[in-house]
Structure formats: C-alpha cells, structure tokens
Design a protein around this ligand. Structure first.
Ligand code: SF4
Length: 380
C-alpha cells in the first residue's frame, strides 16, 4: 500500500461567496478545503444554541458553520479576526472555548487580516509548514484576482436582475457564471472564465426601458455581503426593479487592508480614504467595525444623487448603533433617503419585505416628483 500523506482538511466560515476564494487558496497551497454546507436555518440554530444571547448575528452563524464543518470532517477551523474596538477581537477566543467545551476535537487557527499582506503570508506558512515564497505569492495573486472577478460579476448581476424580463433568469445565469470561476485556479484560466462568465450573465433578456432605481447597500460588512443573514436583500430589491451597489465589498476591503500600496491603481481613492474624507463632519474617528465607512457611504450616495441607501446591521452591533444615531443629523445636509435595517435570528420575512416595498415606493415617488420639478424649471 502506498504511504501517501493524508492532506489536512481546513474550513473557513461562509460569508456570501467568499468560500470560492479561500477554497481556491487552500487548493493552490496543497491543503484540502472543507467547505461546510452553505449557511442554513440549521446552522443558525446550532450557532444560536451555543452562543451568548446578545452577541451579534455573524458570531452565531460563524460558530454554526464551524460545528457543521467539524461534523463533516474538518481537521482545522480557521477564524478571521482583528484586534480593535468592537467585539470581533473577542470572537476568536470565545469560539475556540465553546468548541472545546462542546467536545469538538478540530484544531483552531486564526488569520488576523489587519496584519495585512504579511499576516496572510504568515498564516499560509503556518498552515502548510512550508515557507515557499513563490508558491504563496502565486496563491495570493490568483485569490485576489478571483475576488475582484466575483465582485465584478455581482455588479453585473445587479444590473441585469433589475431589468430582467423573466424573473430570476439573471440569477440562474450568475450561478452558472460563478461555477466557471470556481474551477479556474490559473491566471490564464481565470481570464477565459471571466470572459465567458460575463457573456453568460449578459445573455439575460432585459427590458431596457424599465424604470430602475439605484440604491447603495452599506452597513456591517458581514451582513452586507452574506445573503443568508441579509435575507437576500439584493434579490428582493432586484425583483422590485432596484439596481443595487454594495459599498462594502471584499475587494474594497482588500484594497485597504491587504494589497500593498505599490500595486494599487495610481490616483484611485480607496474606500477607507473616501471614508476619512467624507465622514469627518459627522464622525471624527474610527469607532470600530465599519461605522466610519457607513457614515461616508451616506454622504457619497448623496453626492452622486442616487435614489437611496440601505444600511443593514446586526442587532446589538455597537459601531452600527452609533452610525444609525448619526444618520438623523446627516439629514440636514444629505437629501438621500436612508432605510436602516437591523437583523437577528428573530427577523421575520413578511415584515422585512413590507419595509422594503414601502422604501422602494417612497424612492419612486420622490424620483418622479424631482423629475417633475426639473421639467417645470426647464420650461419656465
Ligand atoms: S462590527 Fe458589529 S457585528 Fe461585526 S463583530 Fe463588531 S459588533 Fe459584531
């Protein structure tokens, strides 16, 4: 019998489509990715059962993901952490202790994203036990590219979904497109897959004349990007004829926290740089989480005169409670309609959809009224 060394299986938690990127990174460095079942009601109830009641929703979902990953054979669970002002800095230890108290034997490792490129590099060395700079840089290169492509496909999906003639055709095409990206682990394959993926989404039949509203989505990064925890916010809006744009994306985070400055486009303002520029009159310093970015996103939405902005956050999220309390004072300067949604495991679907419909209705009436005023002024 051949003595082939058993590959260790490593799992990360879900957050939207991020598993495509981390699974690809692990494969490239010779580690077996274990993708836990996509977050479901079972995941949520497992996480909720073993979490402090008042802790934020992402914690409960991450714990649930880890339990399901270990049940499916993960040797390691990898937690993304950051030091800082909000509770994220405490999540790691709590999750580690909880898994051990519950008798789960998997190893626990941490990836501190705020150590930037160096932290990511160190993490891959620790995981594989090999310091092979060429292999690691190639891995990071393909993963970063993949994340940018996925965000590009999300933007494309949003355009087509708001205008599609047959309900859900754009999303079906998007899923096919994502599958192409999943398997492309070389730069040349990824280029071809991207081209094909965009063609597939663009084959969706659309009504070019539909009256479409443009709405930005901001809030706590996990909820903004995770369709389970935001109850598929963007799909619901798309069905109502709304084109969404996420202000907080994984690629925007990478530009600020991971990609070295020398590799960024010259003159391009990153999300954090914009946050520091636009949030200042309302919030003078970082108060943790994504609050600074959220405040600036409202000002940015107003600056571009788009139809509205939705702020989404987990119940008990400290930084986002602060930002929601700053929004009323921003209304003196910003005319953009804002809807603040707070999510937890109790959030019911019917009430949620009603709030979205009412907001869309309000934006549509405002848009028609503003257009009427403009025509009046032009004919005077
Ligand atoms: S930003 Fe909010 S939801 Fe995220 S970890 Fe911090 S307190 Fe929890």
């Amino acid at each position: 019998m051949s003595k082939t060394k058993k590959k260790i299986k490593v799992a990360f938690p879900h957050m939207g489509t991020i598993s495509i990127a981390w699974a690809s990174a692990l494969r490239k460095i010779g580690v077996e990715p274990l993708v836990p079942p996509y977050t479901s009601k079972r995941t949520l109830s497992l996480g909720t059962k073993h979490s402090p009641e008042a802790i934020c929703l992402p914690y409960k979902l991450i714990l649930g993901n880890f339990i399901e990953a270990i049940e499916n054979g993960a040797d390691y669970v990898a937690m993304i952490t950051s030091p800082g002002i909000c509770r994220l800095g405490e999540y790691g230890n709590n999750i580690k202790e909880t898994l051990s108290d519950l008798g789960y034997k998997a190893n626990y490792i941490e990836l501190s994203l705020y150590d930037g490129f160096k932290g990511l590099y160190k993490f891959l060395v620790e995981l594989t036990g090999r310091n092979n700079p060429i292999q690691i840089i190639r891995t990071l290169n393909i993963v970063i590219r993949k994340i940018f492509v996925i965000d590009e496909l999300d933007t494309e999906l949003s355009y087509y979904r708001a205008r599609e003639i047959k309900q859900d055709e754009a999303e079906r095409n998007y899923k096919k497109a994502l599958n192409l990206i999943k398997g492309a682990d070389k730069t040349s394959d990824l280029k071809k897959a991207r081209k094909k993926a965009l063609e597939i989404i663009r084959s969706t039949k659309i009504d070019e004349n539909r009256e479409v509203l443009n709405v930005d989505i901001t809030g706590e990064i996990f909820l903004v990007n995770d369709e389970f925890s935001n109850q598929n916010l963007e799909r619901e809006l798309g069905r109502m004829g709304v084109q969404t744009r996420r202000s907080l994306t994984v690629s925007s985070f990478l530009k600020d926290a991971i990609i070295p400055k020398a590799f960024r486009k010259k003159g391009e303002e990153t999300h954090l740089q914009r946050a520091e520029r636009l949030a200042k009159p309302y919030l003078m310093r970082d108060i943790g989480g994504d609050a600074l970015e959220c405040i600036s996103d409202v000002a940015y939405a107003d600056e571009r005169k788009i139809d509205g902005i939705i702020h989404i956050s987990p119940f008990t999220c400290m930084p986002e409670i602060m930002s929601q309390n700053i929004f009323p004072s921003m209304r003196e300067d910003c005319d953009v309609p804002i809807l603040a949604l707070i999510m937890d495991e109790q959030t019911g679907r019917a009430g949620y959809i009603t709030r979205l419909e009412a907001f869309v209705d309000l934006m549509r009436r405002k848009k028609r009224k503003d257009r009427g005023k403009l025509i009046e002024t032009q004919t005077l």
